[in-house]
Design a protein around this ligand. Structure first.
Ligand SMILES: [Zn+2]
Length: 365
């Protein structure tokens, strides 16, 4: 039997300036006692609006600033609070880790989960999976859930007040979405949710890319100055919803394997996920021998918003080290193997160095 097409998404997605003031209205059907699992900065940027939104209701709110990584120990701690306080709704507030901790806690305790992203750096808000770490901070596993979050509430002003580097990284992560899904469609590879790729999923991925090209640069300027404009709103949606739901239902290929590969190099430790995904997207286009206009459009975009186009910009100064990353990116199980004709470490190495050469020419202009 052919692979069945599959689409998964959050039940509800709400976005706009001041959206947090409507949090009670948007979540009141889920329960009466709420546990907010917050990153440090997430707590500071959100709790006043949240308390205001619940003013005059009989709901119980408990805020917990969590330990910083989505580890098994942290999840256990939060599960205990859910049981002791008879929590009915778990809310994650912050970047990837606070959200992943909230999703895991809610899943194990069989509560609905609401996600309030405070930055747009990753695909964590809308997906039905978490990255789990050991208590010492090393990678443990991916945890896949049967459902996506009940609600994702994005206050655009909160995102605009966060440092612009997160928005830029989010655009890098979103840049891979269309090209990776396109590669999966070509080989009938399954999506992240292990389903066939629906036309609707592909439409989201395409819209994600078009929105980046149209609004990316202007959104970056807006964020640098904490302004909320239509272009900024479009990019918040592209990096949070279109990229998250698109990647989940569209599949991954070279760009995310390049990210995984470069995590083997300590010199790239500080480079954000989305920056490496953007660099990997260009490498994927080189491997595909994509039309030169397409490569130019992607590189123009990266350059305009400050995403890396050279190895130096991702933290690599000794190019021979790229071999280590290329080997790791091609281990069995990596999404790079979703490519037509497959990709060897040698081919990937050559593509990565080609990106660097093109990028260096770019920076000279
Ligand atoms: Zn990603």
């Amino acid at each position: 039997m052919a692979v069945l097409k599959l689409l998964r998404a959050p039940l509800k997605y709400v976005q706009g300036k001041g959206a947090l003031l409507k949090l009670y209205d948007e979540t009141k059907d889920l329960g009466k006692s709420f546990l907010f699992i917050c990153s440090n900065s997430g707590y500071k940027s959100c709790y006043e609006k949240i308390e205001k939104s619940f003013e005059g209701t009989n709901c119980k709110l408990r805020f917990e600033v969590f330990g910083g990584i989505s580890s098994n120990g942290e999840i256990e701690k939060m599960r205990k609070i859910v049981r002791e306080d008879k929590i009915e709704v778990v809310v994650g507030i912050g970047g990837g880790s606070a959200i992943d901790t909230a999703k895991a806690t809610a899943h194990y305790e069989k509560c609905p989960v609401v996600v309030i992203p405070t930055v747009c750096a990753t695909d964590a808000p809308c997906t039905g999976l978490s990255v789990i770490y050991n208590d010492d901070g090393t990678f443990d596993s991916y945890l896949f859930y049967p459902r996506n979050p009940e609600a994702v509430i994005v206050d655009s002003q909160v995102i605009a007040n966060a440092p612009v580097k997160f928005l830029v990284a989010g655009m890098g992560d979103a840049l891979g979405t269309y090209f990776e899904a396109r590669a999966c469609v070509r080989t009938d590879a399954p999506s992240l949710e292990n389903g066939g790729i629906a036309l609707s999923a592909m439409a989201l991925c395409e819209l994600c890319y078009k929105t980046l090209i149209k609004c990316g640069y202007q959104a970056k300027l807006a964020c640098e100055n904490h302004l909320v404009t239509s272009a900024f709103e479009a990019i918040v949606e592209a990096t949070t919803y279109l990229s998250g739901v698109g990647a989940d239902n569209g599949g991954l290929a070279v760009a995310h394997s390049v990210y995984n590969g470069f995590t083997a190099l300590p010199e790239c430790e500080k480079t954000m996920h989305g920056s490496l995904v953007a660099f990997g997207t260009i490498a994927q286009l080189i491997i595909e021998n994509a039309p030169k206009e397409e490569i130019k459009e992607v590189m123009d975009f990266c350059y305009s918003v400050g995403l890396p186009v050279t190895l130096k910009e991702v933290g690599v100064t000794d190019v021979t080290r790229v071999r280590i990353a290329a080997e790791k990116a091609c281990i069995p199980g990596e999404t790079i193997h979703n490519m037509a004709g497959d990709v060897t470490p040698d081919q990937l190495y050559d593509a990565l160095l080609t990106v660097d050469l093109l990028g260096q020419e770019y920076l000279k202009k």
